[in-house]
Write a protein that binds this ligand. Structure first.
Ligand SMILES: [Mg+2]
Length: 363
């Protein structure tokens, strides 16, 4: 089996409603880069990655076309571990993160899709999973929402069957965050997991102050309180603050996760397979977490991560993120009773509706 050719496309996907967080302000669209990897005998792997706004989409598409496709074309796609290493080495000097990590992720995801299709198995089963059902949480990108709007969203999430909900924090004054969290905790009752996400808004001291105030509302995790490079700061917040820390959407290599996990900087590692190196890297992070007796969770890309969490022996909640691909997919992710279910189709089961995507193509 040999890879024959690549087909790379870049889209700008408008959001149905503008979203907001403490780093990006108002978000109106996201960039989607897709890659189809085809083999000479007719198998096709689907890979993709995404970024906020249009940032980096062009660089990612160009890295795939110019630097990664020549490494993979002519090779056996099932040798994905070795091809992954070749891609990391080839982009090392300009990479070790940034757009190179996104580009490698998209190709790696397509290769794993082919590998699973080649044996006729769903990806989660190929990776060792037993049960395709994964607990999921509804993730709000809602820093600009009013308290009544937050409450309305929480009610809708509950009607859809979600028990666990995440909301943004990082308002100009901590007291505003606390009032918002208090309102949602009251609405959800004492038992439902409630996560909060600060999107790197604070420094260590502000984060510790927030952690102590949030603990009163039994917050399940505090996500990205500070910038991702400050590992020592994370250790302090994790050790001295009462709320467990989640982080990972801005870590771009397995090495960065290894550092965070090994020094006890994070309680809920949150890799995103579309930006840390694909299924290969996500699984390595999951294994590192398990070795430290930690759960693993996910960021974004729920249609893919459902399969990876279903394969992990240490899964936490799957994030159901606001960058929805549902309208552009042949099969939307089944979610019921607070659980998402990975597909039984061979591969990861994600098939794009190319005709629906076409109006958003960036030439
Ligand atoms: Mg986040």
């Amino acid at each position: 089996m040999k890879v024959d050719r690549f087909e790379i496309s870049r889209y700008s996907i408008p959001l149905l409603h503008p979203l907001s967080d403490a780093t990006h302000g108002v978000i109106r669209d996201f960039a989607l880069v897709t890659v189809l990897v085809r083999t000479r005998d007719g198998l096709e792997g689907v890979g993709y990655t995404y970024t906020v706004g249009s940032t980096g989409g062009g660089a990612i598409a160009s890295l795939i076309a110019e630097d990664l496709a020549p490494i993979v074309v002519g090779q056996d796609p099932r040798a994905v571990s070795s091809l992954s290493q070749s891609m990391w080495r080839a982009t090392h000097y300009v990479g070790r993160g940034g757009p190179a990590s996104f580009a490698i992720s998209a190709v790696d995801i397509a290769l794993w899709d082919i590998k699973a299709k080649a044996v006729g198995e769903p990806l989660w089963r190929l990776l060792g999973g037993r049960d395709p059902k994964v607990p999921a949480y509804a993730s709000g990108i809602d820093l600009n929402s009013s308290i009544p709007e937050l409450e309305q969203s929480a009610r809708i999430h509950r009607e859809r069957g979600f028990r666990a909900i995440k909301m943004k924090v990082g308002k100009p004054r901590l007291v505003e965050d606390i009032l918002r969290v208090e309102a949602i905790r009251e609405l959800l009752g004492p038992d439902a997991p409630l996560m909060v996400d600060a999107n790197m808004k604070w420094g260590v001291h502000e984060a510790l102050r927030a952690s102590r105030a949030l603990a009163e509302y039994d917050v399940y995790w505090l996500e990205e309180p500070i910038a991702p490079g400050d590992t020592e700061g994370y250790v302090r917040i994790q050790r001295e603050g009462p709320v467990p820390i989640a982080a990972g959407e801005n870590l771009r290599t397995v090495g960065e996760f290894e550092k965070m996990i090994s020094v006890g900087a994070v309680a809920f590692p949150e890799p995103d397979a579309t930006n840390c190196g694909g299924v290969t890297a996500w699984t390595k992070v999951s294994n590192l977490a398990e070795a430290r007796n930690l759960p693993v969770t996910s960021h974004g890309a729920q249609d893919l991560h459902v399969s990876l969490l279903a394969a992990a022996p240490n899964p936490s909640y799957l994030e159901i993120h606001g960058f929805e691909l549902g309208p552009y997919l042949e099969h939307s992710l089944p979610i019921a009773g607070g659980y998402a279910t990975a597909s039984e189709r061979p591969g990861h089961g994600i098939e794009f509706r190319w005709g629906e995507l076409r109006p958003h193509l960036v030439e």
